[in-house]
Design a protein around this ligand. Structure first.
Ligand SMILES: *Cc1c(COP(=O)(O)O)cnc(C)c1O
Length: 457
């Protein structure tokens, strides 16, 4: 087989800024050992997130020039609505400025004290919006999904038996909806099979509970289904996407991922009563229903992006380029979550730095070292992001300690990734020098964004 190449050429470029190791050490100290607090200009290769970091296409940029900035009833809104209805089949489509705005609206309506929302794995903002409403967020990932060293096709799947147990435990009336995150971002960008979505749909139907999809990476998930699930090899990705959405009663999405835009999102559903309530909250907090907190040109770019992301040459390149990164790290013995997911490579910090206890944030130590060594910015997804403290003040670690290296869409080339591989391998060779950390400041919600840390003694 021939090399899978980028199915695009580059029309517009931005320079990278090179810094010295000494400079980076100082920058990181100023940022309280939290890469979120670095100035992006001081980062060489930014793998913090694939969210809103996409390089837009010429057609998206020209669409933005052509956007209709009418406050109400904009032509760009109708293009966006048409595109989404055609793709998802949902009756009501509500634009929001990003994914968490859709979550905020949804959970301010269906959440609240005593409610329980299951998911394969809640993304951090989803969990935060649920908890902020007073409800409880429960993760029901299968056991295999929690084991970074096990290679399996659909490690994002939900444990369907656990879902049934949970419903029987807390009572149908306390579960306003079941969510499924595709791909499972916090669990390693791992896909969910169509069979699993159908099984969850069947449970929801049996109990009369609505089923919602957190659709951020719906196209990557559909491509994995095409490549891995029996019966889907000859199907178009578009038809697989349509089959996925047809199983659901609604969806939230951050279009900053598979929407291929720098900002945008939506909330969609079939239920007219819920749609009515959501639009009321939207008008109070986001904007009029035909723009939802966005410029109308953003809706134009989103409509175009949602079309481009279904290009199978793009998706083939996308999944292969992430796999390439993972393959080369593995060849050097670097422990990663396997198999590689759709949008990121996840270093397995528990095996990378086993000498650092979860309570001292091994993933954060690695993330900081990657920055100091090579100007690479990744993000800890482990005890800093999801850890809690029990009633006795003991640290409770999440199932996995990871460092996510997310690949922005259409931004970096293979030589950028080759450089990252060299730096990561160097840090891995010197892993004994990695040091544990402690928190010196934390916010009550989503603490990893603004946390301040220091090296532990
Ligand atoms: C990014 C993301 C969100 C939140 O979207 P924002 O646009 O960042 O607000 C929700 N769920 C998942 C799975 C995500 O990856």
């Amino acid at each position: 087989m021939k090399t899978i190449i980028e199915p695009f050429k580059i029309k517009s470029v931005e320079p990278l800024r090179f810094t010295s190791r000494d400079e980076r050490e100082a920058f990181l100290e100023t940022a309280f050992l939290n890469p979120f607090l670095l100035h992006a200009d001081d980062v060489l290769i930014d793998l913090l997130t694939d969210s809103g970091t996409t390089a837009m296409s010429a057609l998206q940029w020209s669409g933005m020039m052509n956007g209709d900035e009418a406050y109400a009833g904009s032509r760009s809104y109708y293009r966006f609505e048409r595109t989404l209805k055609e793709l998802t089949g949902f009756t009501y489509v509500i634009p929001t400025h990003q994914g968490r705005a859709a979550e905020k609206i949804l959970f301010s309506i269906v959440g609240g004290q005593g409610k329980v929302i299951p998911n394969n794995t809640h993304f951090d903002t989803t969990r935060a919006n649920i908890e902020y409403s007073g409800a409880t967020a429960v993760d029901l990932l299968t056991d295999v999904g929690k084991r970074p060293d096990v290679v399996a096709d659909f490690k994002g799947n939900m444990d369907v038996d656990a879902l049934v147990r949970l419903i029987d435990d807390v009572g149908v009336d306390n579960i306003p909806l079941v969510m499924m995150t595709v791909t499972n971002n916090s669990g390693g960008g791992q896909p969910v099979s169509m069979a699993n979505m159908k099984a969850v749909r069947a449970v929801c139907t049996m109990y009369g509970i609505p089923f919602f999809i957190d659709a951020c990476r719906f196209a990557e998930n559909a491509m994995f289904i095409k490549m891995r699930e029996p019966g889907y090899a000859d199907r178009s990705v578009r038809s697989i996407v349509q089959e996925m959405f047809a199983l659901a009663d609604g969806a939230t999405m951050s279009a900053k991922k598979d929407g291929m835009v720098n900002t945008g999102g939506f909330l969609a559903m079939h239920d007219s009563v819920l749609a009515e309530k959501a639009r009321t909250v939207l008008i109070v907090t986001e904007g009029f229903p035909t723009y939802g907190g966005l410029a109308r040109r953003d809706l134009e770019a989103m409509a175009q992006g949602l079309d481009e992301v279904l290009d199978e040459a793009y998706l083939t390149y996308r999944l292969r380029s992430v796999e390439y990164f993972g393959d080369h790290l593995r060849a050097h013995g670097v422990p990663i979550l396997e198999p590689t997911g759709g949008h990121a490579v996840y270093l397995d910090a528990s095996r990378f730095a086993p000498h650092i206890a979860p309570s001292q944030f091994p993933g954060q130590a690695i993330a900081c070292a990657l920055y100091v060594e090579g100007g690479i910015r990744g993000v800890e997804i482990g005890s800093l992001m999801f850890g809690t403290t029990d009633a006795h003040g003991i640290h409770v670690a999440p199932p996995m300690e990871l460092v996510r290296l997310a690949i922005p869409r259409r931004v970096y080339t293979q030589s950028h990734i080759d450089y990252c591989i060299e730096i990561i391998v160097d840090v891995y060779k010197n892993r004994d020098a990695l040091r544990g950390m402690k928190l010196t400041y934390e916010a009550p919600f989503l603490r990893h964004f603004t946390a301040r840390l220091a090296y532990a003694e």
